[in-house]
Design a binder for this molecule. Structure first.
Ligand code: JCH
Length: 234
C-alpha cells in the first residue's frame, strides 16, 4: 500500500515512521510519501491561497498547485483504484467501515487542506479521475486536514494484514463486527488489587464461559449508557 500526503506541513507526517506504522514501512507493507504542496507553486512567495470568490472571511487554497501535484503524482489517466481522501468538516463521518474498505486499497492520496478549505474544483477534477472520499473525522473543527489524515491513516493501516502483531485483537475491538458493533468491555491486568481496586473476580476464575458472558454484558451495558445509537435491537 502506497500512501501519499499533500500538505503545506509535510513534517506532520514524520510521526508515521514511529511504532507500528514505522515497522510496516520497514517491512515494506506500507510506502509513505509526504509532499510539500508549495513544491507546485512558481511565485517568489510560493503562494497556495487566495481570497474567496463571493467574499467571506479567510482565504481559500488555489486549485493550480493541487492540479500540478496530481499531474506529477498520479498522471492524467483516470484510475478508480486510486483513492483520494480529502478530510473536511463537511465530509461524511469517517467510520470503521471506511477504514476497513480503504485498508484494501493499493494507493491512497490524502489531500490536507488549510485556511478555509480547498477550491472545490480540485474535488470536482479529482472525482472525474479517481475515487474521491470527502471525510470528516468528527463533529468538531480542526485547523487543517493533517491531524485527520493521521488518525484515518492509523485506523486504515492497522487493518492491513501483517501490520499488527496479533490480528486476533482486531476482532475484539469496539465497532468490530465480532464485537457485534458494541463498545469494548473494560480490560484489566496484574496486580489483582491496586490502590484498593480489585480485578473483577470472574476474570480471575479461569471459567471461560463466565468470562465471555461477563464481557458481553459489560459491552452491552457500556454501549447502552454511552452509545445507545449503536444498539440495534432496542
Ligand atoms: C467552513 O468551516 C471550516 C472550514 C475549514 C476549516 C479548517 N480546515 C481547513 C482544511 C480542513 C480539513 C479538515 C478540517 C476538519 C475536519 C474535521 N472533522 N474537523 N475539521 C478542517 C479544515 C475549519 C472550518
Amino acid at each position: 500500500m502506497r500512501l501519499d500526503y499533500l500538505t503545506i506541513f509535510p513534517e506532520f507526517f514524520d510521526v508515521l515512521g514511529i511504532s507500528l506504522l514505522g515497522k510496516a514501512v520497514d517491512n515494506g507493507i506500507v510506502d509513505i510519501h509526504a509532499h510539500d504542496l508549495r513544491t507546485w507553486t512558481h511565485d517568489r512567495h510560493r503562494t497556495v491561497d487566495d481570497t474567496p470568490c463571493g467574499g467571506g472571511a479567510g482565504m481559500v487554497m488555489k486549485p493550480d498547485p493541487w492540479g500540478e501535484a496530481f499531474d506529477d503524482l498520479l498522471g492524467a489517466d483516470p484510475d478508480p483504484s486510486v483513492h483520494v481522501v480529502i478530510p473536511t468538516p463537511s465530509g461524511t463521518p469517517f467510520r470503521q467501515d471506511d477504514a476497513a474498505q480503504l485498508s484494501h486499497a493499493d494507493r491512497i492520496v490524502f489531500c490536507c487542506g488549510r485556511y478555509e478549505g480547498i477550491d472545490h474544483r480540485v474535488i470536482d477534477y479529482a472525482s472525474e479521475h479517481w475515487s474521491v472520499h470527502e471525510l470528516s473525522l468528527g463533529d468538531y473543527v480542526l485547523n487543517g486536514g493533517e491531524v485527520a489524515a493521521l488518525a484515518m491513516t492509523e485506523a486504515i493501516v492497522r487493518l492491513v494484514p501483517g501490520v499488527l502483531g496479533n490480528p486476533e485483537s482486531l476482532s475484539e475491538e469496539s465497532y468490530s463486527q465480532d464485537q457485534e458493533g458494541l463498545l469494548e468491555y473494560p480490560v484489566y491486568t496484574r496486580p489483582a488489587s491496586w490502590r484498593g481496586w480489585d480485578v473483577p473476580e470472574v476474570l480471575m476464575s479461569g471459567h471461560h464461559g463466565h468470562i465471555a458472558q461477563w464481557r458481553r454484558e459489560q459491552s452491552r451495558e457500556l454501549t447502552r449508557r454511552r452509545r445507545p445509537d449503536l444498539l440495534t435491537d432496542e
